[in-house]
Ligand binder design. Sequence first.
Ligand SMILES: Nc1ncnc2c1ncn2[C@@H]1O[C@H](COP(=O)(O)OP(=O)(O)OP(=O)(O)O)[C@@H](O)[C@H]1O
Ligand SMILES: [Mg+2]
Length: 214
Amino acid sequence: MSNKFITIEGLDGAGKTTVVYRITKYLNKCGIVNVVTTREPGGTPVADLLRVLIKYGGPINDPIDSISELLMIYTARFQLIKNVIKPALSKGYWVIGDRYDLSSQAYQGGGRGVDMLLLHALSNKVTSILYPDLIFYLDISPELSISRIKNRIMLDCFEQESLIFFARVRSCYKKLASEKKNVIMIDASQSLEKVSAIIYRYLDWWLIRSRRKL
Ligand SMILES: Nc1ncnc2c1ncn2[C@@H]1O[C@H](COP(=O)(O)OP(=O)(O)OP(=O)(O)O)[C@@H](O)[C@H]1O
Ligand SMILES: [Mg+2]
């Protein structure tokens, strides 16, 4: 295990992108400069093409089916793992992921209600190749999620979903957070300063632990 693959999960507007940036800066301050950040879906030329379809849908006469959406998300993730994350980890770099596999389980499984057999097969394949060493799940209510994203100029397919959809996604996330390993659940309705302070404390502990293992 690398001990260097950290992912951030949570509803839209939970603060993932903000936290990825802060974690990178914090690691830099601790003398760790080789940090690669990823954002899903996307992150390779193929994955970025798929990102547009996943987030903004297909043409009106060819709407994207939920299974097609799931398969595209996993195609993008496999490309990202194979061509970006694994090579970075093998060079000894840290990788901080803005979303990873729990997102698919929460959004496509919990939110969309896709075929769980197919979802689990894909998820098991991905996580057997690479499971995060640390997952920060930023927990917020659907109401707070919507209020944090409502001023965006253009909302994607997920951001246009209803409160009920986000409630299903959140409840699935919370269940996963209690069942899966390496997940730290953080109340992200707190101020950004408080959320960051909690994360920095974990990172300090994590760095000490990783250095002891060297
Ligand atoms: N703890 C917080 N308290 C208040 N505002 C926050 C907090 N965390 C993030 N924000 C603000 O909420 C907005 C959404 O944050 P951010 O873009 O980081 O969320 P995200 O989880 O990456 O969203 P998305 O899934 O849509 O990409 C930003 O304006 C950010 O500054
Ligand atoms: Mg973001």
